[in-house]
Design a protein around this ligand. Structure first.
Ligand SMILES: Cc1cc2nc3c(=O)[nH]c(=O)nc-3n(C[C@H](O)[C@H](O)[C@H](O)COP(=O)(O)OP(=O)(O)OC[C@H]3O[C@@H](n4cnc5c(N)ncnc54)[C@H](O)[C@@H]3O)c2cc1C
Length: 382
């Protein structure tokens, strides 16, 4: 048996961040992933300023050491209407997850985490902190479950990893051309969006939305590709996307859930890397503090408190999504977003992490007809 202070299950952005921060804080950390790295992960690979800010803090490096396409020009469309192109925006970085995730796993190892990759657990007891891998048993007083949207740990703890009625789903293709513009299309899927993210080696194109509202998401992708002038798409791949349906208490007992496993994805943009990094780091700090105090049982409480601003932002984005996607509000949304350069920049400021969603909400509703306000009961649910 090998004893650790913390076992982190899943070595995506959330798990790698948790393991790196915990190891740097002096904890003995096991980082476990069923996959061997480098491995693929279905993802647009778009890093907003907010995500990059988290990355810099955690990995103490200005930018990921992987091939990165930087773009400071972005085109917005909504429900088929052109909302305009903005230049000189806070630069967005686009990476391939295969390289990006592997580099963060290297960082976790360099920080002192012990890696167990290439085989998943054959047994797990959350109450005693026991994780069985082929040929070895790991034990720790605390566990961070960063095992993705289908989280086997969340399933074991709560009976299901997510609520099928609220989960999102996204489809993606990789195109070989690299000279396409960076583009976001609100409404390319119902209660969702489409994206065209150029990379150094190609372009990732996809659509994602609330699954229950997109029973035929394949045809939404086909329509989006046709709109972009692509009639011979590469193989289509799909995956669930938590899309705003976060777990109110991010864990149970001595298990802390981070990233997709905790449902931490922006309900408008589908962006989850920034929250995965942030929650992984917060879970690690909560674990370190609780262990230092000799009270591992207190880790979840510390973590839930630290995560409250993330939950708040996701809730507020959910309200904004209500404004954007209700058919009654849609014309007003399109009009105000198309006409207002300030509003577009405000949205980008939110993505850059320099503005909170509540300020954007206030700006948007200042431009919406009074019925939008009345429909919300005349008060902010914040
Ligand atoms: C199509 C699509 C496009 C997206 N585009 C973007 C984007 O452009 N920008 C953005 O910010 N976000 C995007 N997202 C969301 C983003 O991919 C996720 O939010 C992010 O990957 C979450 O990170 P994570 O570490 O929580 O989970 P993951 O990255 O999913 O990592 C989970 C890890 O857990 C491992 N694992 C699973 N089961 C086990 C087990 N039993 N034991 C051990 N390990 C296990 C997996 O192998 C994996 O390595 C997109 C998602 C989808 C589906």
């Amino acid at each position: 048996m090998a004893a650790f202070d913390l076992i982190v299950l899943g070595a995506g952005p959330a798990g790698a961040a948790a393991a790196t921060v915990a190891a740097r804080a002096g904890l003995a950390v096991a980082l476990v992933d069923k996959a061997a790295f480098p491995r693929d992960k279905l993802c647009g690979g778009g890093l907003t300023g907010r995500a990059l800010g988290q990355y810099r803090q955690i990995f103490e490096r200005a930018a990921p050491p992987v091939a990165t396409e930087w773009r400071a020009e972005i085109t917005f469309r909504a429900f088929g209407t052109d909302l305009g192109t903005l230049g000189d925006v806070p630069p967005l970085a686009m990476i391939m997850r295969r390289a990006f995730d592997a580099s963060m796993v290297d960082d976790a190892r360099a920080a002192g985490a012990t890696l167990f990759t290439g085989t998943g657990p054959t047994g797990l007891d959350a109450d005693t902190g026991r994780v069985d891998l082929p040929g070895i048993r790991l034990k720790a007083p605390l566990l961070v479950a960063a095992d993705g949207v289908n989280s086997p740990v969340a399933r074991a703890l709560f009976g299901a990893a997510f609520d099928r009625n609220r989960i999102g789903f996204a489809l993606e293709v990789e195109q070989p051309d690299t000279d396409r513009p960076l583009r976001i299309d609100f409404g390319a899927a119902d209660w969702g969006y489409g994206w065209q993210f150029p990379k150094t080696t190609g372009t990732t194109i996809g659509v994602g939305g609330v699954l229950a509202r997109n029973t035929d998401i394949k045809s939404r992708l086909a329509a989006y590709l046709a709109d972009l002038g692509i009639d011979d798409p590469a193989p289509v791949k799909g995956q669930f996307l938590p899309f705003g349906d976060f777990r109110r208490l991010p864990g149970k007992g001595r298990v802390l859930l981070a990233g997709d496993a905790a449902g931490l994805v922006d309900p408008i943009t589908g962006e989850g890397i920034g929250y995965a990094l942030e929650s992984g780091a917060l879970a690690a700090r909560a674990a370190a503090a609780a262990l230092a105090a000799g009270r591992p049982d207190g880790a979840l409480r510390h973590y839930a408190k630290a995560l409250a601003p993330v939950h708040r932002a996701i809730r507020q984005a959910g309200w904004l999504r209500n404004l954007m996607f209700r058919p009654a509000f849609r014309p007003a949304f399109i009009r105000s977003f198309r006409r207002s350069r300030n509003l577009k920049f405000a949205y980008l400021d939110v993505m850059a992490g320099t503005m909170e969603y509540d300020r954007l909400l206030r700006r948007m509703t200042a431009r919406l007809p009074a019925f939008a306000w009345q429909a919300m009961g005349g008060k902010w649910p914040i």
